[in-house]
Ligand binder design. Structure first.
Ligand SMILES: Nc1ncnc2c1ncn2[C@@H]1O[C@H](COP(=O)(O)OP(=O)(O)OP(=O)(O)O)[C@@H](O)[C@H]1O
Ligand SMILES: [Mg+2]
Length: 347
């Protein structure tokens, strides 16, 4: 198991800093997700760790040993890193087994050992019995699993996944989540997993790094990122919800937020009387006979629930609710909340 330390790393392309003074500590054997909008620097960070890019400043260490500094680089093949990119490169006319065996053959492993390991990873990715099939006879999802198997078979101490499920439909993605858990449990590798899809990040990772424009805004457990986002950008990016303006009442430990003429229990930090922004998650709001007066704006069927948007009469701000039944647009209602999070950094 290997720790990965990113210390003050900057990587520029021309005038743009794709990675801008980033520091992160990935614990040995941990499963980490990088989450963030397109262009925020996720792939660049993976390429720096793998050794395909060189930092302009800062250093990267594996188990406290430097592998990348502006002046000195350990080449990618000496880092013991496995990478699965979104566009997996397989040999279409070779068989599944030949594709997977390739990294072991280049290392000169014995034939018997190779066969055992290939059979083992085929099992892991749910492709037992496919070994003789040619890759061009496989579906997209099956090809993606061959690419994962080829990476895992090498038993590297670090595995980097760059949107490995990006080409798959929702059902296949969901069924592959268990496979990633298996891969993690079986290999004990330190894993960094890049995704646009927050539900994947929250479901799989021990810790999630939320990135924006070359910076890391928060690096914490999924529950913490969801319940207590570090700033407004993280709050808007992770999960659904609404942000309303309010003023703080009471003291730490029993803080409340006054929104219009109603009070909501809130978590976080604020001086009494100060202006705050409060994040309200849809599942913490209800409609009833008490609360803030509001008008229903829209109601959208979501299968298990209805997503309802209501406008607070006191401030004109919209809040999002998750309700068991539909609401009628235009109806006058009262909205109450049993939890809120004071977004750090004020308003
Ligand atoms: N080789 C390159 N030359 C110039 N600019 C680059 C290069 N690679 C990346 N960039 C720029 O660096 C920034 C970060 O790119 P990166 O590919 O790391 O983003 P990303 O978070 O992986 O995005 P996506 O989710 O779309 O894959 C972007 O502004 C991108 O245009
Ligand atoms: Mg990318």
């Amino acid at each position: 198991m290997t720790s990965i330390s990113i210390r003050n790393v900057t990587k520029r392309f021309g005038d743009t800093a794709a990675i801008d003074g980033v520091s992160l500590e990935f614990a040995p054997g941990s499963f980490n997700a990088l989450l963030g909008a397109s262009g925020c620097g996720k792939t660049t960070l993976l390429r720096l760790i793998a050794g395909f890019e060189h930092p302009d400043a800062g250093e990267i260490l594996f188990d406290e040993q430097p592998v990348a500094r502006p002046a000195r680089q350990v080449p990618p093949e000496k880092r013991g890193v496995g990478v699965v990119f979104q566009s997996y490169a397989l040999w279409p006319h070779k068989s599944v087994a030949e594709n997977i065996a390739y990294p072991l053959e280049t290392r000169g492993l014995a034939k018997g050992e190779i066969a055992t390991r290939v059979a083992d990873v085929l099992d892991l990715v749910g492709l037992r019995g496919f070994d003789r099939r040619s890759v061009h006879e496989l579906s997209g999802g099956q090809r993606q699993r061959v690419a994962l198997a080829r990476c895992v078979v090498a038993r590297t101490r670090v595995i980097l996944f760059d949107e490995p499920l990006a080409n798959l439909d929702m059902h296949l993605r969901a069924s592959m989540l268990d496979m990633f858990r298996d891969i993690h449990a079986r290999t004990e590798a330190t894993i960094i997993y890049v995704t646009h899809d927050q539900s994947e990040a929250l479901a799989l990772a021990d810790r999630v790094a939320v990135m924006n424009r070359g910076h890391v805004l928060q690096f914490a457990a999924p529950e913490e990122v969801y319940r207590a986002p570090a700033d407004r950008t993280v709050a808007s990016f992770v999960g659904r919800g609404s942000i309303v303006s309010a003023s703080a009442i009471g003291a730490n430990g029993a803080l409340r937020a006054q929104v219009g003429d109603v009070e909501i229990p809130v978590r976080g930090d604020a001086a009494a009387g100060s202006s705050i922004r409060v994040l309200l998650r849809p599942e913490h709001l209800t409609i009833g006979t008490r609360g803030a007066a509001a008008e229903i704006v829209s109601s959208t069927y979501k299968g298990a629930s209805h997503e309802v948007r209501a406008r607070l009469l006191s401030t004109g701000e919209d809040v999002l609710l998750e309700l068991p039944a539909a609401a009628r647009p235009g109806a006058a209602v009262f909205v109450s909340a049993h939890d809120g999070w004071i977004i750090p950094g004020g308003d």
